[in-house]
Ligand binder design. Structure first.
Ligand code: SAM
Length: 268
């Protein structure tokens, strides 16, 4: 499985590692209801052996394992440092392996990954591997974001342009923030059957105490100067949009929505 991930946890600074672990843990917590609903309704509930590819903090494995104590859960991750962050995992039916997919063909009933394909140069190969280790009749699940589904009010047009510039910036660095829409085609090309995509839009229950993540990411630490340097936006646009972000944050009626795409398919 060739990968070339753009997300290299092991190269992060100690502070960045800690903040990333906290962010990922919060992110899984805030999507736990949707994750449980969609996974349970699409095959997890009856699965005996489950694999999480790129488990990160292990928050999802922990959550599912506590709901399904009879099921054997396994996680793989290619970060050698990630194990430190999974020390708190208490469930006995978890097995962590820090490597690629070292499993026999047809080993699992349910194989899932979340926010991993977007960071890899060859997402098709990862899903092919997931398909390989899945049993016939088993389910392959990929959950990815698609930043172009993010929308804002007020300043919808300006922020969409900023998000679009960040998508391009990330793409040049090997991260595809529009992976969500590509899952259907990947599944079809690998011959998975009963392919379906659920677009899970975040329910807004503001007010935010922080900026929506996609906007914060686009701003970066330098108020989007890196996007100007990369010639993706002009400095005039940058200054206008930074002022509008401040106004957005002050607006008690501001609205934001973004989507995760859940793709399910059956191994024939
Ligand atoms: C953004 S995090 C997502 C973690 C977790 N799936 C979640 O939803 O919170 C991506 C994780 O995938 C791992 N990863 C990236 N590419 C991988 C690959 N090709 N094989 C295994 N793990 C990978 C990274 O080390 C990291 O822990």
């Amino acid at each position: 499985m060739r990968m070339n991930p753009s997300y290299a946890f092991d190269t992060f600074t100690k502070t960045h590692k800690q903040s990333e672990i906290e962010r990922l843990t919060r992110n899984v917590a805030s999507h736990s209801k949707a994750l449980c609903e969609h996974f349970m309704a699409n095959g997890l509930i009856s699965s005996k052996k489950v694999l999480d590819v790129g488990y990160g903090t292990g928050a999802m494995l922990n959550m599912f394992a506590s709901l399904m104590p009879e099921t054997e859960f396994t996680g793989v991750d290619n970060s050698k440092d990630i194990l430190e962050s999974t020390n708190s995992i208490a469930e006995k039916n978890l097995r962590f392996i820090r490597s690629r997919l070292p499993f026999e063909d047809e080993s699992f009933d349910f194989v899932y990954t979340r926010l991993v394909l977007m960071h890899n140069s060859e997402p098709l190969n990862i899903v092919r591997e997931m398909r390989r280790v899945c049993k016939p009749g088993g389910i392959v699940v990929c959950v990815e974001i698609d930043d172009e589904t993010a929308f804002f009010y007020p300043y919808a047009m300006e922020f969409s342009q900023l998000i679009r510039a960040n998508i391009e910036y990330a793409l040049r660095r090997g991260t595809d923030r529009t992976m969500g829409r590509k899952l259907f085609g990947i599944y079809k090309s690998l011959g998975l059957s009963n392919v379906k995509v659920i677009t899970q839009t975040s329910d807004y229950e503001g007010p935010y105490d922080d900026l929506p993540f996609s906007l914060r990411l686009a701003m970066g630490p330098d108020e989007a100067k890196h996007l100007v340097d990369a010639e993706l936006i002009t400095d005039e646009q940058r200054m206008d949009w930074m002022a509008k972000i401040n106004k957005f944050c002050e607006d008690p009626n501001r609205f934001y929505s973004g989507s995760f795409m859940y793709c399910f398919g059956k191994k024939p």
